[in-house]
Design a protein around this ligand. Sequence first.
Ligand SMILES: Cc1cc2nc3c(=O)[nH]c(=O)nc-3n(C[C@H](O)[C@H](O)[C@H](O)COP(=O)(O)O)c2cc1C
Length: 368
Amino acid sequence: MSSIAPLTLADMESAARASMDAATWAYLAGGAGTERGIAGNLQALDNVWLQPRALQGGASASTECSILGTQLSLPVLLAPTSPQRLFHPEAELATARAALESGSISIVSTDTHFCFADIAEHAPQRCWFQLYAYSSRREVDASLDMAAEAGATALVLTVDASFSARRLSTRRAGFHVPPDIAFGTLRSLGIGDGSVPANGRMERLALSWQDLERLRRRWKGPLLLKGVLDPNDAQRGVDSGADGLIISNHGGRQLDAVVPSLWALRRIVAHIGRNRPLLLDGGIRSGTDIIKALAMGAHAICIGRPYLWGLALDGKAGVQTVLSLLHEELQDAMMQMGMACLEDIGPDCLVDPSGLGALPKSWRPRHE
Ligand SMILES: Cc1cc2nc3c(=O)[nH]c(=O)nc-3n(C[C@H](O)[C@H](O)[C@H](O)COP(=O)(O)O)c2cc1C
């Protein structure tokens, strides 16, 4: 990184890009097909404008919140990503420690280099287990038992990534998972031999709503679905026992031209309300983005690529820098807008361009 400390996540992005080879960067940054899904997430956030209020105090602002019983210093969780070993030798261990020390939560993928039990030891009460279903239903049950035993405080079922994605930029760059990267959690479960398969990919089971109901009966703690974008799916998910949803299009990595997650959030909130935790991820890059997501109805957001930039640059400390920049930006924006706490953030904080209304007649130019 340059000698000037990063002031934004964009600074970290350019430094991270300069620190790695083009193929690894393509895997980290890229998405499906023409990557309209990635662009859409960013544009959807850019097209929303904040509405500050005058004379509201604003000498301080608290960014603290609680999600499913865990106190967070800011409404930001670390989305599951893999394989983190591409970016730093300490991989998920560094991310978990950063989550613990920054008062966040690390959502840990099934596809980790280190095994989940070791990762969870680095951040007691602050690791959720994200399930990818491999091999057979029996092995899936064993994964849940392992995660519960290791102290996962929630289970996240990712529902949008059972099949290989067409990641063209990643393919064009010639990316392959290097052989020194392992699947530590899978090895600990006896699934595969813990090494990267020749085609670089372990096949996953395609799950159904019946599987969700079965998992719900087996997993005793909170369960969230990640990757829900449709209001009817959101309703069905909560009817099937999900305690919360992560509204996500996988950062545009699975389906090209997918609906921006911010738009999906808006439709889901209108359909099912907000009486259980709704998290959003995809394209969050600043404190003002967080306010936009919360004002649209999210209780918290997750970041994926941004903390991997930090991890690549400086391991645990780099992830903490990302979280502390977001904290600083969020607090500053809240104070500028006259909000003392996250509960003050609501639809009134946004200007909906479609609801601006017509200009009053008195403003018409004289020559009309
Ligand atoms: C390199 C990388 C690996 C990912 N691996 C996983 C994964 O193992 N499981 C999962 O549910 N999502 C995975 N995701 C998706 C993220 O959890 C998250 O949905 C997405 O990154 C959010 O968008 P953002 O990167 O714009 O913040 C991955 C994302 C990236 C960038």
